[in-house]
Design a protein. Structure first.
Lengths: 232, 162
């Protein structure tokens, strides 16, 4: 950052903080009764996710071209700009999982300026239609984000499909999604991200997600107990 | 999609009410508008107008925070056109600044056009990307690059003179 930028940022902050502001006045608005009727996407907390079927695809971290629905999903956290000030230039697709029907889950990630990450998973149909229902989570805590040193896993379900995405710790050779008697292995991208596409049936049977060393031993894992998502 | 959020430190974005958007975004938007227009009274007017528009369109708007910011930036442009036409406001110096960087930057910002100031404020105060700024200013990304480059040249000269 140049000296001019440093002075400019400091000066803008100082100017903003010097601004005399009136108190909030909501009296000029009637209570908006339409609020409850709003067509607004809702990211729900918890439920089932499970293990997986098909494939994982390698992630090509490309930060240049962020689709609008993904940007919108990340922008939702702008409402929380105190807790989650995102670095808008850091959004990148880090992994993709494609299913047998040609649909794919795209795993996007952006950095939070004061630490942590926001993660977003988008579903894209075989024909290219991107669902306007991206699911996002943010965390300041590296132990619960893909920026941390541990195995980080997010899972979710859509009506007929599910996904597991995440980031593996250093030393991981591959990821195993265990579903009782069977399991699916996923490869890692060069940056150790992974994504797995699941059928609805499979996504009900996931028991754990494991980071495996080259010799097949377990380096780290997250269990799934059918009530909570992935527990550390 | 349903995402699992087990850890208490994870937060999923819930739906927001109009009141929440107003209460969480208003101050920041006022600051943005003051930095662009230089006038707290004008900023209050621009921001309140933007929220009134948001309120009227609430059922149709998916991302109210982004929408109202866009409306504020647009409102600042409208104010600028009116201001130029009517020459009725002397926007600056309507509030006291004691921080030396603040004083220097306020002086330097006067060398910029409102459009240039908007680009600078959105980039260096709101930390938006060039693409986001281009959308807000309704121009191409290259235009934003050029706006920022020229603005920074001017600001550098102004700040060096101090």
């Amino acid at each position: 950052m140049t000296d001019t930028e440093t002075v400019l940022r400091a000066g803008l902050r100082a100017l903003a903080e010097s601004t005399p502001l009136s108190g909030p006045d909501l009296s000029s608005f009637d209570r908006p009764s339409v609020t409850v009727m709003r067509r607004r996407r809702k990211t729900m907390v918890a439920t089932s996710i499970a293990g997986g079927l098909i494939v994982l695809a390698a992630g090509a971290a490309a930060s240049g071209n962020v689709p609008e629905p993904v940007r919108s999903a990340f922008n939702r956290f702008a409402h929380y700009d105190e807790p989650f000030p995102l670095d808008p230039d850091s959004a990148a697709q880090v992994a993709t999982a494609t299913g047998p029907d040609g649909s794919r889950f795209e795993y996007w990630r952006a950095s939070v300026k004061d630490g942590g990450t926001c993660e977003n998973v988008d579903l894209v149909e075989a024909g290219g239609k991107r669902h306007d229902r991206g699911a996002s989570v943010c965390s300041h805590d590296d132990s619960h984000s893909s920026a941390g040193p541990h195995l980080f896993v997010l899972g979710g379900t859509e009506e007929s499909r599910g996904f597991v995405v995440g980031h593996a710790p250093e030393g991981t050779a591959s990821i195993r999604v265990s579903m009782g008697d069977d399991s699916v292995h996923a490869e890692l991208t060069p940056d150790r991200f992974f994504a797995v596409w699941l059928s609805a049936e499979e996504s009900k049977r996931v028991a754990s997600v494991e980071a495996l060393r080259p010799d097949g031993s377990i380096l780290d894992h997250q269990d799934y107990d059918q009530t909570l998502p992935f527990k550390r | 999609l349903v995402v699992q959020v087990a850890q208490p430190t994870l937060v999923a974005a819930p739906p927001l009410s109009f009141e929440e958007v107003y209460l969480t975004r208003r101050v920041r938007l006022l600051q943005v508008a003051v930095l662009i227009t230089g006038s707290p009274p004008v900023a209050e007017e621009v921001v309140q107008d933007a929220f009134i528009q948001l309120y009227r369109r609430w059922p149709q708007i998916d991302h109210p925070g982004a929408w109202v910011r866009s409306a504020v930036v647009s409102g600042c442009r409208t104010w600028q056109r009116r201001h130029i036409r009517e020459r009725e406001h002397q926007a600056d110096d309507e509030f006291v600044v004691v921080d030396p960087d603040g004083i220097a930057v306020r002086q330097a910002l006067r060398a910029l056009t409102v459009r240039q100031r908007s680009a600078v404020v959105l980039r260096y105060f709101e930390d938006l990307s060039e693409r986001e700024i281009a959308e807000l200013l309704d121009c191409k990304r290259g235009t934003v690059k050029s706006l920022l480059s020229r603005s920074m040249e001017k600001l550098r000269r102004e700040l060096d003179d101090d």
